[in-house]
Write a protein that binds this ligand. Structure first.
Ligand code: HEM
Length: 350
């Protein structure tokens, strides 16, 4: 109990220091969201989230990566509305069942459920699952030594999830080149700098062989460093091996700018990473971030604030789920019917 209180005090002090030291960004706040949304209704919200994640990450820091990716996958599909958390219904698969989401960590969903229970236990069912995912992502950047940033809150949870083709169409696959990535991000009003900065999320976490084996077999991607290839082939002896490896070979558990140093050394894991250094439109941004971590942090925070407000539900839209994996009323069919042809088309890209 005494050690628990000590952790709580340390977190409280760190939170106060953060509040004193950080200014707020110039990224506009979407109407309906606010930096002070829960100040009076749930003042302990951010402390609860941070102290729980502090304990989780003390046991296993790699969980931070799973939570950061969860927020990205939530926001890019139908907006940051917690739709990625919903389980499928009897008549159709959920977003979670779509190929890009199959490699989301199951532990990330459990951690969000645990946070929801803690927060609702303290404040009642007034904080959305979408806000909890956004706060967990922020801590997943800050606690592994990344930048701190305040986030606007007040997101509401959706009552439905996206279909499989919509999910596939909105999450860029690792085989995308820079042109396709720029277009995918522009469709979300995100700039080329946002793309390069947010790709820096790959400074933590892991990828499975199936996400990059096309660069090894049958022929090797010529842009890759030879020693890097040799080691990846040891991890993935065939193109169907079910192993995984770090995204950032230099400092996989630290949120820093080494991902960009990897790219300059031709050690980016996915085509979507490495092509940012090959393409002349993004190469200088990679270079700038590789030599200036503060600049990377500044641009990453801007990108996260924009991404974190995509397509949010506010006010009386949606609901506050009492269970993050199911809408409050369970008698309505969640799934929608999709064309088989459209689905196959999307699948072939991923
Ligand atoms: C630019 C387009 C992006 C593509 C194509 C992409 C693709 C991927 C892929 C294929 C994986 C590995 C999946 C697996 O094999 O297990 C992955 C992991 C990851 N991605 Fe991305 N991603 C992109 C953008 C982002 C963004 C914007 C963020 C967050 C800001 C992010 C954060 C992560 C993290 C933290 C992991 C590691 C997850 C873990 O260890 O569980 N990614 N990404």
């Amino acid at each position: 109990m005494a050690s628990h209180n000590l952790v709580f005090c340390l977190i409280l002090i760190s939170s106060l220091l953060v509040i004193i030291s950080e200014g707020q960004s110039t990224v506009p706040v979407v109407p309906g969201l606010s930096y002070s949304f829960y100040y009076s209704s749930c003042p302990e919200l951010e402390i609860i989230v941070r102290s729980h994640l502090w304990e989780v990450f003390n046991n296993d820091i790699t969980q931070a990566a799973g939570l950061l990716r969860l927020h990205f996958h939530d926001c890019f599909v139908q907006g940051c509305d917690g739709s990625v958390l919903l389980d499928g219904s009897t008549s159709g698969p959920s977003e979670q069942d779509a190929p890009p989401n199959l490699t989301l960590r199951s532990a990330a969903f459990t951690i969000i459920d645990d946070l929801r229970a803690l927060v609702h236990g303290a404040c009642g069912s007034i904080v959305s699952c979408a806000d909890i995912v956004a706060l967990a992502a922020r801590e997943s950047v800050f606690l592994p030594n990344g930048p701190y940033y305040s986030i606007p809150l007040g997101r509401r949870d959706s009552v439905n999830f996206a279909t499989r083709p919509v999910t596939l169409a909105n999450l860029p696959p690792p085989t995308f080149n820079t042109t396709s990535l720029i277009n995918a991000f522009a469709a979300k009003n995100l700039t080329t700098t946002d793309l390069v900065a947010l790709s820096g999320g790959h400074t933590i976490g892991r990828g499975h062989c199936t996400s990059f084996a096309d660069r090894l077999y049958p022929t090797q991607d010529p842009t890759m460093d030879q020693t890097f290839v040799k080691n990846l082939k040891l991890t993935c002896p065939t193109n169907t091996t079910n192993n995984s490896t770090n995204l950032d070979i230099r400092s996989p558990n630290l949120f820093d700018n080494k991902y960009y140093v990897d790219l300059m050394n031709r050690q980016g894991l996915f085509t979507s990473d490495q092509d940012l250094y090959t393409d002349s439109r993004t190469r200088n941004i990679v270079l700038d971030f590789s030599i200036n971590q503060n600049l990377f942090f500044e641009k990453f925070v801007e990108g996260m604030l924009k991404m974190g407000q995509l397509g949010v539900l506010t006010g009386t839209q949606g609901e506050i789920r009492t269970n993050c994996s199911a809408r409050n009323g369970n008698n309505v069919d969640l799934a929608s019917v999709v064309g088989e042809h459209q689905e196959q088309e999307m699948l072939s890209q991923y």
